[in-house]
Design a protein around this ligand. Structure first.
Ligand code: SF4
Length: 715
């Protein structure tokens, strides 16, 4: 194991909070984990998921151990050597590329991949295969925030640090339940509140979640009305004279149009649309208006929407009109659901990005990357590749012949998942690179590559505050499982491509870091030695930071962006965007009158391939359920704990009902974690969700599906 001066350390592989972990081994060689007291994110704390990570490491009973392959769908897969599996995969990919072009193949990756893994797969497909068909499950969670930042601040850059939460005096949590989904970060907010009882917390959410119990104001809005709410708060701030006119004048563009738009509706009219009390909007606005430090914090409730980008922009506008950005305790903070959603974006691991946040449509940016990778000019196409849901549509209609799925479980997580499953069945060639033998995708795999898990490989991840943390290799991978980056590099070499002969992960990181030189995310001075020494730093991390003395805050990178009020737009001003406030989600009807929203529960993570192995974590909530308001239940003859059928225009789910006054009338909630249980897929929330996408971010509308719920009747 890569022990350093701080012991054997690594980073939690679950959510984007990015907690530091210390690892030890007992006499039997089993891994024991505890929170790292020296890590600036969690200072020794871990949530229930992090605390139980050792179970997932020590239990290897579900692991894929050897490569497997089959020559035809009706044949069983057989164990083969790495060489045989890689050579056949390379031969099939070459055949498709020669016959149908580079866009006939695609890679579908994950926000759980390490940065080094993301880097090599992105380099392979964009720079060598010559297609932009790489996307990840981060498309399902972060892409609206990425576009929101780019449009308002000029680049996908979270301006604040977690430390800012502790010095803010107003925190607006919009469409997020960090008490359950980002627990350690929320614990820090709660601790800040204990120290400063004057800290005001505003929460907007159609459900009264655990987070709401700490709120001074809970705006229990109707799903899809976030923009209306943000605009109403904006109007109230303007009416109260609580905007920062100097900042708006000197450092922003677009305020006049914004003012006209938000004044099209009175606060009372907006409150009626949102279904919240008008007085609460004024109260929230008055807290913000009097704040010295104001943080907006959000996640899937805004991102996973057909108007997700506009929801992001309308929230960021509140920071811009009040001038609460680029100073301590102030700014927008988008949370990420996955541990390395940000690292994936750094290396350009989405179908519309290039490394170091370069722009795919910019000819000079493409040329820079091509030159760096030593590939011919023009190799990287200007046209964006297929996004997550588009890949499965292209499999369905035959445009895409081969898909390589790594480190993700799309047959639970994609919207309208039965359609995605049918598409995967039709694919000509499916490669699945996976740790566990459980995911549903494996049954469609022509080739299976067994991958090394957390603690079995070295690399880095970046959390939601631009913080790069190092992950040690601590245990040996079972069987013949290999680190994901090594699998990709071996495949690239079988394809005959040069430039993938790295001897270790540090070399990949060094190449990635060098490619960031001179960009806004410059981390060219960063390397593994520094990360092992300091545990974690925040980008940008340049020579200035590397040369800073250890007692100088700069030695840990860049805590806060835009202190100089110079934004990354061409004019250097932040843009206050205006747009029509129309929710374009699926229409409700007499047959489908309820709004379904999906989300997480406290002790499970994603599709449960790790947390599902831990009995302790099942004790919190052990089965999928439907949360429904008692009035909606009564109207339908539904009792507590009765089996119900949730139907949409696409499919159905059958789970037990949980009656709760914590959810708004007319809205129901399903957790997103469960897949097949006892061979039935009827626990799978995404049987009913829809494929509508935000037109700019291509993020799906998981938070608004038209459904009806009825008691289950035996056929
Ligand atoms: Fe892991 Fe997130 Fe829990 Fe921290 S808060 S221990 S990163 S799951």
């Amino acid at each position: 194991p890569g022990e350093n001066s701080k012991g054997i350390t690594t980073t939690c592989c679950y959510c984007g909070v990015g907690c530091g972990i210390e690892v030890a081994k007992d006499k039997l060689g089993r891994v024991i984990v505890k929170g790292n007291e020296n890590h600036s994110v969690n200072k020794g704390m871990l949530c229930s998921k992090g605390m139980n990570l050792h179970y997932t490491v020590n239990d290897t009973s579900d692991r894929l151990l050897y490569p497997e392959m089959r020559y035809a769908r009706n044949q069983p897969r057989r164990r083969v050597s790495w060489d045989a599996a890689l050579e056949r995969t390379a031969a099939v990919f070459k055949t498709f590329i020669e016959k149908y072009g580079p866009d006939s193949v695609a890679f579908y990756a994950s926000g759980q991949c390490l940065t080094e893994e993301y880097y090599v797969v992105n380099k392979l497909i964009k720079g060598f295969i010559g297609s932009n068909n790489i996307d990840t499950n981060s498309r399902l969670c972060m892409s609206s925030a990425v576009v929101g930042y780019k449009m308002s601040l000029g680049e996908d850059s979270v301006p604040v640090s977690y430390d800012d939460l502790e010095i803010a005096d107003v925190i607006f949590v919009a469409g997020a339940n960090p008490a359950w989904c980002h627990p350690i970060l929320w614990r820090r907010v709660e601790a800040a509140r204990e120290k400063n009882p004057q800290l005001k917390i505003i929460v907007s959410d159609p459900r009264k979640t655990q987070t709401c119990s700490a709120a001074n104001v809970h705006l229990q809005l109707n799903p899809g009305t976030d923009i209306t709410l943000h605009h109403a708060i904006g109007r109230a701030l303007i009416e109260n004279g609580d905007i920062n006119s100097d900042f708006v004048k000197q450092h922003t563009e677009g305020f006049e149009k914004y003012r006209d738009i938000v004044f099209e509706r009175t606060v009372a009219e907006a409150a009626a649309i949102c279904g919240v009390e008008e007085a609460l909007i004024w109260e929230a606005a008055s807290y913000i208006g009097n704040a010295r430090g104001f943080i907006t914090m959000w996640t899937m409730g805004l991102n996973q929407s057909v108007v997700g980008v506009n929801k992001n922009l309308s929230l960021i506008n509140l920071n811009l009109i009040t001038g609460h950005i680029g100073k301590p305790g102030s700014g927008p903070l988008s949370l990420t659901g996955q541990p390395n959603a940000m690292g994936g974006r750094e290396v350009g691991g989405l179908s519309n990005l290039l490394p170091a946040h370069r722009d795919l449509t910019n000819e000079q940016h493409r040329a820079e990357v091509e030159a760096f990778w030593g590939v011919p000019k023009g190799r990287i196409p200007a046209k964006p590749g297929l996004t997550a849901t588009e890949m499965f549509e292209a499999l369905e209609d035959g445009r895409l012949k081969a898909i390589w799925i790594l480190c993700t479980n799309p047959l639970i997580s994609l919207p309208d998942v039965r359609r995605a499953e049918a598409a995967l069945k039709k694919a000509k060639f499916v490669v699945v690179q996976e740790v566990s033998n459980k995911p549903e995708t494996l049954q469609y795999a022509d080739v299976i590559f067994p991958a090394a898990a957390w603690t079995e490989k070295e690399g880095t991840m970046t959390n939601a505050e631009r913080r790069v943390s190092y992950l040690n290799k601590i245990t040996a991978a079972p069987g013949e499982a290999l680190p994901d980056a090594e699998i990709i590099c071996r495949f690239a070499q079988k394809m005959g491509f040069a430039g993938f002969d790295y001897s270790n992960a540090a070399e990949i990181f060094a190449e990635h870091a060098a490619l960031t030189r001179g960009t806004n995310i410059d981390m060219s001075a960063l390397n593994y030695s520094i990360l092992k020494e300091k545990l974690t730093v925040q980008w940008p991390y340049t020579d200035v930071h590397a040369k800073a003395q250890n007692d100088d805050e700069a030695s840990l990178g860049t805590k806060r962006l835009f202190a100089d009020r110079q934004f990354y737009t061409t004019s250097k001003k932040a843009i206050i965007h205006s747009f029509e406030d129309v929710n374009k989600s699926e229409a409700l009807s007499a047959d489908f009158p309820l709004i379904l929203t999906t989300g997480r529960i406290r002790d499970q993570w994603h599709t449960m391939s790790k947390t599902g192995k831990v009995n302790k974590l099942k004790q919190h909530i052990s089965a999928a359920f439907l949360e429904i308001h008692p009035d909606d239940a009564l109207q339908r003859g539904i009792r507590e704990n009765a089996l119900v059928v949730i139907k949409s225009r696409r499919g159905e789910v059958q789970v037990k009902a949980k009656l709760s006054g914590d959810i708004k009338k007319g809205v129901v909630f399903l957790p997103m974690h469960w897949g097949k249980v006892l061979n039935s897929d009827l626990n799978r929330a995404n049987n009913v969700t829809n494929n509508l996408l935000d037109p700019k971010s291509k993020e799906p509308d998981f938070k608004f599906t038209a459904v009806e719920v009825s008691p289950f009747k035996k056929p």
